[in-house]
Design a protein around this ligand. Structure first.
Ligand code: ATP
Length: 367
């Protein structure tokens, strides 16, 4: 049984003066028990609306949501086995840390003794022991975030929902909290559903990611699937930097598809599935998968190019290389080698695009 299952979920907002707006468009999504699942997409793609429907704050216009096999349609938010951690933490400023965490249990009239021990456990989980009597304003952003998490954990939910909970933190703290949340989720075995627009965050934390755009799920997969095998131009572009080269399929032989780019470059791509000869396709390659060599190096799968720009970025160096009058390619190199430095010194170079690192997007899925 799935922890959460969305079946054909749509959400249409209608306002008096506004036209109807389809924020979520027929989404099917099964989420496994104990999974760290991220909903990733740009602003306005519908990810928060989807999360709010799971929590029960919004009702779907059509479709059904199941949590542990039970339909949720008639269940108000407080009767669903889920809890939400919001972006702005939603802490009560006048209550102490302990009282903020205890609040939900007090509402449920849990006995005082049990509240005390559960609040203690939850605060220990988020490493806030000793802070019980502080008020939210006496805490850092990261600590407030932990209080919000403790307040959700204390209810022992089967599913925890997160709406961009780290968005307000600075980059360093944010990275620390990502690792901590991931560890905590693994220890607790609770299903986490995490909304974010930050692709790095989703890649770091998730077991699986759903990439959304314009109310639709474009691809669901592990971070490696999504990064290495994007199935559309949108996903390839949204998850990190990607090079796009357009061309036509020329031939297939022994699991290699040859594609003619800009009528001049013949590039070989390792691929099992054959496409009809002449099909318009887009080739993609990640900047770190392309290699640079000096002109005199003897390598296979190399093409000649001209370096147009070199930017040193600390951890790596970004080269822009012109391959044809129409196309350039970005190459990123870490730990510059002698050969990279030789490349940087000269203008004309060889770019190696190996068949295993190129991917084909069929043109109809490319936009
Ligand atoms: P963000 O990261 O900016 O929060 P999001 O992907 O979470 O974006 P949603 O908040 O789910 O996006 O909103 C999806 C779309 O639905 C947006 O265009 C938004 O304007 C619209 N929308 C959301 N709530 C309502 C509402 N109550 N009434 C009308 N339109 C709404």
């Amino acid at each position: 049984m799935h922890a959460v299952e969305l079946k054909n979920i749509s959400k249409r907002f209608s306002g008096k003066n506004k036209r109807d707006f389809l924020a979520v468009d027929r989404i099917d999504l099964p989420i496994a028990q104990g999974e760290f699942f991220s909903l990733l997409g740009p602003s306005g793609c519908g990810k928060t609306t989807l999360l709010r429907m799971i929590a029960g704050f919004e009702l779907p216009t059509s479709g059904e949501i199941f949590i542990h096999g039970e339909p949720m349609r008639d269940r108000p938010p407080f009767h669903r086995p889920v809890n939400t951690v919001f972006q702005n933490y939603a802490l009560f400023p006048h209550l102490t840390v302990a009282d903020n965490v205890a609040f939900g249990l007090q509402m449920e009239q849990v006995p005082k003794q049990e509240i005390r021990s559960r609040v203690g456990e939850a605060l220990a989980m988020v490493k806030l022991n000793g802070m019980e009597n502080r008020r939210p304003r006496q805490l850092s952003g990261g600590q407030q975030q932990r209080v919000a998490l403790a307040r959700a954990l204390v209810k022992k939910p089967q599913v925890l929902l997160f709406d961009e909970p780290l968005a307000a933190l600075d980059l360093k703290l944010r990275k620390e909290m990502q690792i901590e949340l991931k560890h905590m989720q693994q220890q607790l075995g609770i299903t986490f559903i995490f909304v974010t627009h930050d692709q790095g965050e989703a890649l770091t934390m998730s077991d699986r990611i759903a990439v959304l755009n314009a109310g639709k799920v474009l691809q669901v997969g592990t971070p490696t699937d999504i990064y290495e095998e994007p199935r559309s131009r949108f996903v390839a572009d949204f998850i990190g930097e990607t090079n796009f080269l357009s061309g036509q399929v020329q031939q297939h032989q022994d699991g290699i598809t040859s594609v003619l780019v800009d009528n001049t470059l013949l590039l070989n791509v390792a691929r099992d599935r054959e496409l009809p000869i002449g099909t318009q396709v887009t080739l993609i390659i990640r900047p770190e998968k392309a290699m640079l060599y000096p002109l005199d190096a003897v390598k296979d799968h190399c093409i000649r190019g001209t370096v147009e720009e070199i930017v040193y970025l600390g951890t790596d160096t970004r080269f822009v290389v012109r391959l044809t009058p129409q196309s350039t390619i970005v190459v990123r190199r870490q730990n510059l080698t002698r050969s990279d430095l030789a490349v940087a010194a000269g203008k004309n170079v060889q770019v190696r695009l190996s068949p295993g690192s190129l991917r084909i997007l069929e043109e109809d899925k490319a936009m």
